[in-house]
Design a protein around this ligand. Structure first.
Ligand SMILES: C[S@@+](CC[C@H](N)C(=O)[O-])C[C@H]1O[C@@H](n2cnc3c(N)ncnc32)[C@H](O)[C@@H]1O
Length: 241
């Protein structure tokens, strides 16, 4: 199953958008885990962030988690899929939340101007053709000392976790994708996790991108060893880590 990138991936998300929320509702803990990662970000930040970016916000599940963890903050949700954003825009949300249709690779062109006090990216990075370029852009969009939280499937590196992921894909994710007509999208999910960084490798990628204070935190439930929260800070001054 080939990985989907850029316009092909956005088209696949457009196609799956109407079913997305119903499918993630079948995933035990999906929303609770997003809220946990958002709270982890807020705890570091001291809850003082005023301006946040939710990169790859999709139908707004991660945006809602951020809005709860940062009451009062202005939140910009950005996504490359018009279909996913349409679902996000149809939901009730505070007026401090707005959505922008743009690829993560073109934040400047879309006038999604920083600086942001914090950036959240849930289930985004393994989808990108050039994750390092987007990490560099995110670093540049953060205020000095600002935090990035990445929430994603990233395998621990242990054989058992890889076997659990394969079993979940074979038994649940791929059959559901086939049944709903989104086989390409859910095949992409399976392969993108299997082929992208392990959790330690993504931590190292964050360090190489110039982030400091990198933490890799497990998530509870069946996703232990399969999904993680990554926290990383733009150094307060150049040369600091
Ligand atoms: C699995 S969904 C996650 C959505 C949301 N963050 C959540 O937690 O429910 C991944 C989202 O990333 C978006 N995405 C993928 N590649 C992107 C890119 N290059 N730029 C912006 N968004 C992208 C997709 O359109 C999709 O909405």
């Amino acid at each position: 199953m080939p990985l989907l990138r850029d316009a092909a991936l956005a088209t696949a998300f457009d196609h799956g958008a109407d079913r997305y929320d119903r499918l993630v509702a079948l995933n035990p803990g999906y929303h609770a885990q997003l809220r946990r990662s958002a709270r982890r970000l807020a705890a570091l930040d001291g809850g003082g962030a005023r301006r946040l970016l939710d990169l790859g916000c999709g139908t707004g599940a991660s945006t809602a988690a951020l809005a709860a963890a940062f009451p009062g903050a202005e939140i910009v949700g950005v996504d490359a899929s018009a279909g996913m954003l349409r679902r996000a825009g149809a939901k009730r949300r505070p007026s401090r939340v707005r959505f922008v249709h743009a690829p993560a690779e073109e934040l400047d062109r879309a006038e999604v101007g920083g600086p942001f006090d914090a950036v959240f990216a849930a289930y985004l990075f393994r989808n990108l053709a050039d994750p390092d370029a987007v990490l560099a852009a995110v670093r540049g969009a953060l205020v000095p000392g600002g935090w990035l939280a990445v929430h994603d499937y990233a395998l621990s590196g242990r054989r058992t976790d890889r076997l659990v992921w394969s079993a979940v894909c074979r038994g649940v994710i791929v059959p559901l994708g086939t049944a709903t007509g989104d086989r390409g999208l859910y095949g992409h999910l399976r392969c993108s996790v299997a082929e992208f960084d392990t959790a330690p490798a993504f931590g190292a990628r964050l360090r190489r991108a110039g982030f400091g204070q990198v933490r890799v935190l497990p998530l509870p439930g069946w996703q232990t060893g399969i999904a993680h929260t990554f926290l990383a800070r733009r150094p307060a001054a150049d040369g600091d880590r």
